[in-house]
Design a protein. Sequence first.
Length: 214
Amino acid sequence: MIEVPAGRVTLSDRRTERSWTVDVRPYGLSAVPVTQELYEQVTGERPSSARGDRLPVEGVSWQEAVRFCDALSAREGLSPAYRVTADGPEWDRTADGYRLPTEAEWEHACRAGTTEARYGPLDEIAWHRGNSGERLHEAGGRRPNAWGLHDMLGNVWEWCWDVYDPEVYGSYRVLRGGGWFDEHWSCRASVRRRSHPTLRIDDVGFRLARTLPG
């Protein structure tokens, strides 16, 4: 895990033409998306359509990503970040276990102090439709951003904790980052996508975050 410094990030939504600013505290974020190898070690399952230990796991729903976070926390003796209730998972913000990043944490980490649409030349930092050969690639194969985070753009979209727009889309959750099959315009720090928390998609994975002490 990489310690991401505190900061302030402004998020925006093209559909509603709305923007909002969020202050984020320091937190931990994994340098790469969760790999198929790690996912299988923890769950005994390998749901991905493409196969390879170092490939990002994909075909995992938001709900399954939440369950993985708690399972990995339990394996490592950490306090689970989520408690499953009849109304869905609740997040214990004091827990030190693994969790999904918030949308603000994700964008803050992706930008790594930059203000442009991307933290470097797209072909150097991301696998997208123009250079991926329309297939998934091993995690960490592109140049990281200034904070040492790989694949923040491209390769797989990443689930975030947040609900996308509850008034319009109900329980749909936020996806960020763009994927291996997306055109260049989707691989930008500000782009938001949504999906139902039960859906499994072959270009969607996730990355681990942790709340830091204090």
